[in-house]
Design a protein around this ligand. Sequence first.
Ligand code: FAD
Length: 306
Amino acid sequence: MPGDPLPSARPHARLADYTTFGLGGPCRTLWPCATPDQLTAALSKLRQQAVPYALMGGGSNLLVDDTGLDLSVVRYFSTQPDIQINGNQVLVSGATLLDALAATTAAAGLDGVVYCSGIPGTVGGAVVGNAGAFGQQIGDVVAYIDYLEADGTRRQLPGTELGFAYRQSNLRSRGGVVLAAALQLRPGNVTALQAQREERLQLRRAKHPDWRTEPCIGSIFRNIEPTSAAGRRQAAGWFLEQAGAKSMRVGGAYVYPKHANIIVRTPDGTAHDVKDLADRMQAAVRAAFGFTLHREVILWGDFAGI
Ligand SMILES: Cc1cc2nc3c(=O)[nH]c(=O)nc-3n(C[C@H](O)[C@H](O)[C@H](O)COP(=O)(O)OP(=O)(O)OC[C@H]3O[C@@H](n4cnc5c(N)ncnc54)[C@H](O)[C@@H]3O)c2cc1C
């Protein structure tokens, strides 16, 4: 119907086409939503029909089982940035890519999210997982979010109520959707911010695989939290490297030679290869140091029991 915001559903879509790992079997139906209206319409239809679903953004933090998912998947993602600038505050849709947000705010002379340059996820995924890099995290600048609760109620939630901590927020267990986020940024110098953005992108190119040519997700394991208030967080990559992870490989999945906390897959690599390799990496650190690394990536499908 003209004007109907309901997106066209894709039955039995392969989730591999929507994750940066290029992995994942089919779901029941994929609902691609680029705008809050499309998302609201799709979710209301799924709720009416009592269809179980999972929500994804850029698929850059998800390891999806090769056998797929016996659920529908709602994908809130857009390559068209939806960003409104109001003084030092920026209102950005949850579907907008972080890299587009970094580029736009740097060009507008606003400081606070330029470090997100090159992170392939969406703003919604970043807020829920409090994504960060170079000592900064998105939760530091969230003024409020526009949130659609699991029951369809829409509300504004202040950033101070979202329980932001290292790579987490209380939204993870709440089950709703970040439709948009208002970010409180600081005035900065455009030339300096754009130079900072270039530097971040260069650093990523030097140290990380390019997921388009070397499929991967971000860090497999979380860094280690300090045991006292005075302590510092320790890089999981250091422990993995000491435990010999850099030479590990399972089938078509191997540890990235320049970063022991990243797994890359070859064209014939499967999600099970990745999962097995991650288990071996975890076991190696346990054997060498006596503690268990916790996964940062999220597992979907049979091997995760969903
Ligand atoms: C090459 C590479 C580099 C990376 N570098 C970094 C880095 O430096 N720092 C970092 O923190 N991460 C990094 N990551 C990981 C990843 O990009 C981030 O965790 C990102 O924030 C995930 O966003 P996404 O949209 O891809 O979420 P997805 O992977 O699609 O989903 C992750 C979780 O968020 C939920 N979710 C997604 N969108 C929404 C929404 N709108 N509302 C509510 N819930 C939602 C999903 O249900 C799921 O539980 C990197 C990944 C890659 C591939």
